[in-house]
Design a protein around this ligand. Structure first.
Ligand code: SAM
Length: 208
C-alpha cells in the first residue's frame, strides 16, 4: 500500500491513460470468467456491481434486463462509466461511494457482484471487515454474491486464496458457497496476462 489516499490513487490510474496506459483490469468487457455466470442466469431484478470501475460488467448486466447500480470510489471511473452508459443508451445508476461505507438501501439487492474489489481492499489495507459486514445487509435473503479475486499464486505479494475467500463468507449468514479456480484477464499495454484467481459464489441465507 502507498500513502496516497485510495480515491487519489484510483482517480490517477483511471485518468493517466497517456503515461502509464489504462489500468490492467480495463480489458474492454467483463472478466471472461464471469461469462458463465451471466449466461446461466443472474438472480434479479436488483443487481449491485460494487467497485464497478468504468462499468463494463454493470452494463452487461443492464443489457440482460436487470435494474443495475454500479458504485466505485473513483469519481473519474464513474464519469467514464456514465459516458459509456450514455453512448450505449443503457440505464445504470452509477454512483460514487466507498464500498466500506455504502448506504444500505431500503430494498436489498438480489445479486451482488464484486469483480476485483475484495482483493483490492485487502491489497490496499482498506477496511475489509466493514465491507464484509455490510454485504449481508446489502443482499436479499436468497440473493447471491459473486466475488472474483486474483490468487497469491499470481505473484506480486498480494491476492486472496480459496480459504481466505471462503472464510470471508461464513455460515450461517452465507450458504451453498462454491469457490472455483479461474483465470483473471489483465492487459498491460497490448499484452494479455492470464493470472490465477478464484470465483466465489454464495447465497445469503434466510437466517440473519
Ligand atoms: C481491480 S479494479 C476492478 C474494477 C472493475 N470491477 C473491473 O472488473 O474492471 C478495483 C476497483 O475498485 C475500486 N475501489 C477501490 N477501493 C474502493 C472502495 N473502498 N469502494 C469502492 N470502490 C473501490 C477502484 O476504484 C477500482 O475501480
Amino acid at each position: 500500500m502507498t500513502d496516497e489516499p485510495d480515491v487519489v490513487h484510483y482517480d490517477r490510474l483511471y485518468r493517466d491513460t497517456s503515461d502509464t496506459g489504462r489500468p490492467p483490469w480495463e480489458i474492454g468487457g467483463p472478466q471472461p470468467a464471469l461469462a458463465a455466470v451471466l449466461d446461466t442466469g443472474v438472480r434479479g431484478p436488483r443487481v449491485l456491481d460494487v467497485g464497478c470501475g468504468t462499468g463494463e460488467l454493470a452494463l452487461a448486466l443492464a443489457r440482460l434486463g436487470h435494474d443495475v447500480t454500479g458504485v466505485d470510489l473513483s469519481p473519474v471511473a464513474i464519469a467514464l462509466a456514465r459516458a459509456k452508459a450514455a453512448a450505449t443508451g443503457l440505464t445504470v445508476r452509477f454512483e460514487v461511494h466507498d464500498a466500506t461505507r455504502l448506504p444500505v438501501p431500503p430494498t436489498p439487492y438480489d445479486s451482488v457482484f464484486d469483480s476485483g474489489l475484495l482483493h483490492t481492499l485487502d491489497r490496499r489495507g482498506a477496511a475489509v471487515g466493514d465491507y464484509l459486514a455490510l454485504l449481508p445487509r446489502l443482499t436479499a435473503p436468497g440473493g447471491t454474491v459473486c466475488v472474483l479475486a486474483v490468487s497469491p499464486e499470481a505473484g506480486g505479494g498480494w491476492g486472496l486464496d480459496a480459504d481466505a475467500l471462503r472464510s470471508a463468507f461464513p455460515e450461517p449468514t452465507w450458504t451453498d458457497t462454491l469457490v472455483e479456480p479461474i483465470t483473471v484477464l489483465a492487459r498491460v499495454d497490448t499484452e494479455d496476462l492470464h493470472l490465477p484467481g478464484h470465483l466465489l459464489r454464495t447465497t445469503r441465507s434466510l437466517i440473519s
